[in-house]
Design a protein around this ligand. Structure first.
Ligand code: PEP
Length: 254
């Protein structure tokens, strides 16, 4: 039985003061309303707010994730941060290969594989994102695109290391657009991803790896999406900045 996971991606929103206020509000709701069997919760603030957010959620059910990592251990890489830095700031998770990073910072799946390796070496759990553009979906290339992103991004990851991997399927056309993939469309791709993992790592790992859906998940559509057999929770953008909505989505994973 896979435990569901709901992760919030704050992207480049909220300064330090605002981040502290937001994480404190989320912590309060979780403290009052979290049930023992609820989904695992991860919040990914900006790197700037990582350390203080991690301190503010100490002793709670909330874990902290980063939104990016450099693939090198250390060195002259101005403006970057390593996996060990993220870990020392209190992060337990890191989002890798988000479509915004692929699109605006030219991150390739090959680069993501190096980042995945570097993060796992520090025992961080990676939320590795894959997903097709609207054009790719409309020309029926989505399965090929996702297969390619998955194969290249997981290159060099061993079976043992797969316990540190969560996959997030995020159709680019559904991110921040208000358009959600139908639950059937999402389930079809999730089952496809699980099949690819099975062919590479075998049935046991395929059945234990969690595959999240992301793309305009809101309180009113979360239950139906999370109810699909191969959907193990969500990666939430916009709605994760609204504490009540975020918790309603967490509850939808019950
Ligand atoms: C995301 O950025 O990963 C995301 C899914 O965003 P949104 O929920 O706003 O579509």
């Amino acid at each position: 039985m896979r435990k569901k996971l709901v992760a919030g991606n704050w992207k480049m929103h909220k300064n330090l003061t605002e981040s502290q206020a937001l994480i404190t509000e989320i912590r309060g709701i979780v403290r009052d309303e979290f049930r023992q069997n609820d989904a695992e919760i991860v919040v990914c603030p900006s790197a700037l707010a990582l350390a203080s957010s991690a301190r503010l959620v100490e002793g709670s059910e909330i874990q902290i994730g980063a939104q990016n990592v450099n693939e090198n251990k250390e060195g002259a890489y101005t403006g970057e941060w390593s996996a060990s830095m993220l870990k020392s700031a209190g992060a337990t998770h890191v989002i890798i290969g988000h479509s915004e990073r692929r699109q605006y910072y030219n991150e390739t799946s090959e680069a993501c594989a190096l980042k995945n390796k570097a993060a796992i070496a520090e025992e961080l759990t990676v939320l590795y994102c894959v997903g097709e553009s609207l054009e790719e979906r409309e020309s029926n290339q989505h399965f090929d695109v996702i297969k390619d992103q998955l194969e290249k991004g997981l290159e060099g990851i061993s079976s043992e290391e797969m316990s540190h991997v969560v996959i997030a399927y995020e159709p680019v056309w559904a991110i921040g657009t208000g358009k959600t993939a139908s639950s059937e469309q999402a389930q079809e791709v999730h089952a496809f991803i699980r099949g690819l993992i099975e062919s590479k790592y075998g049935l046991n790992i395929a059945e234990s790896v969690r595959i999240l859906y992301g793309g305009s998940v809101k309180p009113d559509n979360a239950k139906e999406i999370f109810g699909q057999p191969d959907i193990d929770g969500g990666l939430i953008g916009g709605a994760s900045l609204k504490p009540r909505d975020f918790f309603e989505i967490i509850k939808a994973a019950r």
